[in-house]
Design a protein around this ligand. Structure first.
Ligand code: 13P
Length: 311
C-alpha cells in the first residue's frame, strides 16, 4: 500500500463507488469511529445492518458482529477489516459443549448473549445484547428456568435484577474481567466526586461500586445527561472518544486494572482494525463474511426474536 495514500479520502471515494455503509462499534479507535457512517452498541448496529439499503456493509467491530450483519442482511456483501478479530466470549462457548449444556437442561429457555458464533446462536431460543437482556428476560414465561450463555457476569447481573432461576455458562470477557476492585476503590478515594459507570460484563466486585450499569450506548447517554463532571468508566476505553467529543468539559477516567493503569481496558481484537485494513477490505471485497444458508436460517430465528422483543 502506497504510504502517501490519503486513506480517509480513499475510503470515502470507495464507500461512494461501492454504495457501502461503514458501521463501527464504540470500542473502535477514535479515527475509525470518526469516519464511520454510524457508531453504536451491539443492538444499534444489528438494527442498522438489518435496515440498510447499502450494497456493502463494512463492519468495524469483531467478527461475530459482521456475522450478525450477514445473517440479518444475506443479500449484502459484508466485509470486515480483519478476519482474526475474534472475541473471548465467543471462544469460551464452542457449539458442541453448548449443545451438551442445552441437552442437560431440556426444560430451560436458552437465552444467549450476542457475543457468540452463528452455530451457538442457532442452538439458542433468543439472543440478547447488554441493552435489551433485562427486558427480554422479563418477557419470558415466569415458570421456565433460563440457561444463560456465554457471559457469566452479565448472567449473574440479570439473575440479580430479575430474580429468575438461571443456570450460567462459565464464560467472561478478557477486558471486563481485568478491572481491579482494589485499584478502583483507590481511584474513587482520589476522585471523590466521580461517578462510576460500568458495563454489565464486569464482575460483581466492580458492579457493586457502580453508580450506573448499562450497555456502551446506555453508559454514554448516562454520562451526557448527568450533572456530574467526572466519571470513572468501567468498560473498553475507546467509548471515551464519544464521551469526550460530546462533553469536552467533563472528565472521563478509564477504570484501572491490577497495575493501577488502564492498558487492560484496550480490547486486542477490536484493535486489529485499522484505516489501512478498512481501505483494503473495501477495495478487495475481502475478508467477506459467509454463513452457510441452513446455519443462517437457524441463527436468524433467535435473532429475529430478539429484534421483535426489543421494539
Ligand atoms: P454493547 O455493545 O451491548 O454495549 O456490548 C459491548 C460488547 O461486549 C461488544 O462486544
Amino acid at each position: 500500500i502506497d504510504p502517501t495514500l490519503d486513506l480517509v479520502a480513499e475510503i470515502g471515494r470507495l464507500r461512494k463507488e461501492r454504495n457501502a455503509v461503514i458501521l463501527a462499534h464504540y470500542y473502535q479507535e477514535g479515527e475509525i469511529q470518526d469516519l464511520a457512517d454510524f457508531v453504536g452498541d451491539s443492538l444499534d448496529l444489528s438494527r442498522k445492518a438489518a435496515a440498510t439499503d447499502a450494497d456493502v456493509i463494512v463492519f468495524c467491530g469483531v467478527r461475530f458482529m459482521g456475522e450478525v450483519a450477514k445473517i440479518l442482511s444475506p443479500s449484502k456483501l459484508v466485509v470486515i477489516p480483519d478476519a482474526e478479530a475474534g472475541c473471548s466470549l465467543e471462544e469460551s462457548c464452542r457449539p458442541e459443549p453448548f449443545r451438551a449444556f442445552r441437552e442437560k437442561h431440556p426444560d430451560h429457555i436458552a437465552v444467549t448473549y450476542i457475543n457468540c458464533s452463528a452455530e451457538v446462536k442457532a442452538l439458542s431460543d433468543v439472543i440478547v445484547t447488554s441493552s435489551n437482556a433485562e427486558s427480554i428476560i422479563r418477557q419470558l414465561p415466569a415458570d421456565r428456568p433460563i440457561l444463560f450463555a456465554p457471559d457469566r457476569h452479565l448472567g449473574a447481573y440479570m439473575q440479580k435484577k430479575t430474580g429468575r432461576d438461571m443456570t450460567l455458562w462459565p464464560g467472561s470477557c478478557i477486558i471486563h474481567e481485568q478491572f481491579s476492585e482494589k485499584e478502583l476503590v483507590k481511584l474513587k478515594v482520589r476522585h471523590p466526586k466521580a461517578l462510576v459507570a460500568a458495563h454489565p460484563e464486569c464482575p460483581d466486585s466492580i458492579l457493586n461500586h457502580a453508580d450506573h450499569v448499562g450497555s456502551t450506548r446506555n453508559i454514554l447517554d448516562f454520562v451526557l445527561a448527568s450533572p456530574a463532571q467526572e466519571f470513572i468508566i468501567a468498560t473498553e476505553q475507546h467509548i471515551i472518544h464519544q464521551m469526550s467529543k460530546a462533553a469536552p468539559g467533563k472528565t472521563f477516567i478509564p477504570a484501572p486494572g491490577a497495575d493501577g493503569g488502564c492498558s487492560c481496558s484496550n480490547c486486542p481484537f477490536m484493535a486489529k482494525n485499522t484505516l489501512e485494513k478498512i481501505y483494503l477490505c473495501l477495495k478487495n471485497d475481502a475478508p467477506a463474511i459467509t454463513v452457510p444458508e441452513d446455519l443462517r436460517v437457524a441463527a436468524l430465528k433467535p435473532l429475529e426474536r430478539m429484534l421483535e422483543m426489543s421494539k
